[in-house]
Design a binder for this molecule. Sequence first.
Ligand SMILES: Cc1ncc(COP(=O)(O)O)c(C=O)c1O
Length: 459
Amino acid sequence: MSNAPDRPTVVRQDLDNVIHPIVPHKQLEQQQLVIVSGKDSTVVDADGREYLDGMAGLWCVNIGYGRTELAEVAADQMRDLAYYPHTAMNRPAAALAEKVNGLLGGDNHVYFVSSGSEANEAAFKFARQYARHEFPQQNRYKTISRYYAYHGTTLATLAAGGMGDRKMKFEPLSGNDFVHVAPPYCYRCPFGLEPTSCELACVKNMETTIQGEGPETVAEVIIEPIMSAVGVAVPPDGYLPAVAELCKKHGVLLHVDEVINGFGRTGRLFAHEHAGIKPDIVTVAKGISSAYLPMAATVVRNTVFQSFLGDPSENRQVNQVNTYGGHPVAAAVALRNIEILLQEKLAERSAENGKYLLDGLRTLTRHKWVGDVRGKGLYAGVELVTDRASKAVMPQAQIKRIVERCQELGVIVGRSGGGRHLGNTLVLAPPLVLTRPEIDRIVSVLDRVIPEICPEAAA
Ligand SMILES: Cc1ncc(COP(=O)(O)O)c(C=O)c1O
């Protein structure tokens, strides 16, 4: 843009006026990163410096940056109809619902919202309302979740999450409606077991919890198939089927959070497909529109949706509303985004290039502070420890410095959000259009930076 404000003007406007999420203001004063454009997997700052974005923004720009076609789709839709509330029908939202439903087996209905947090909130409410209708003699209101999970930033989704650091300034949160169980975080198995012989102790822990709480009080279980927040924790193969079985046994709905995992990230369109399970509720966001516009959805199996049907006098309809749900422009953009994902076979590409990325990252284990390398698709974690035997976590200052140094060298990598306790995993969730030379570059930058920042870690 020729008349765009210069960099110092943006920095002044920003620092004087903006509250940024999660980043300390002081850090912004020092780093002052102003991103102005992007193409494929690369973003460009106001000084013209390019960065290979190993995080696809916030794990979301799945089809890559700079798809001007989506700008045209948005402009066309805006000219026709910019907005009308979803209490009525609109063309793009109907078409998007049909597409998303089809991708998830065709036996669902789709409720649109604008963020992953809202999608999970809506799911909690659907599960409770469903239970109210279907088990009128019981009070099924609890959600079972896992420690270290992240499910969003609102009070209920925070309560559902299992990250103490994120919650502590807002507690007490809601009452006893979110109950936590041990996560399938195999590198640090909460039971000190190995995945080959653990017999899924974490699922047994979940069953003990459901029984202890009383199944007649439990509405749903929420799981993110591969846990992002703790650093891309891939569960043992049998985990998801065992959780699905458990839910069925106790009449509890299974709510799968595909906000990050979905739309090709793990090498399948949806991560739960790897396990061949059929959740009752699937929440999606991020990759549904590759973040070109805010779009998210709560997808509910028809076995659940039927509970919201009936004569208007029965008052069974979903008891919620949000202004931007089913936004026609966001829906039109999301639909085209999904078409691009499918046409370009980006889930398949994620599977193939994900293996290549993982192989590359595994070479980093020659540095002795690399404790674990794990992932699926273009979605990987490199956990750093100061001692492989004890798995002592690498100090925060060093991890932070590694991330900063990679950025100085033009590669953006993320780190797990485990806070002070477990923020010691470098994470990668690049655009699914990432090329093999770009993967080589990420690996070689990490190979250089890890021993540079931690000389003790050198091979
Ligand atoms: C697994 C998961 N669920 C939900 C959310 C919340 O999504 P949003 O930030 O769009 O509200 C996130 C955000 O990163 C997430 O990672």
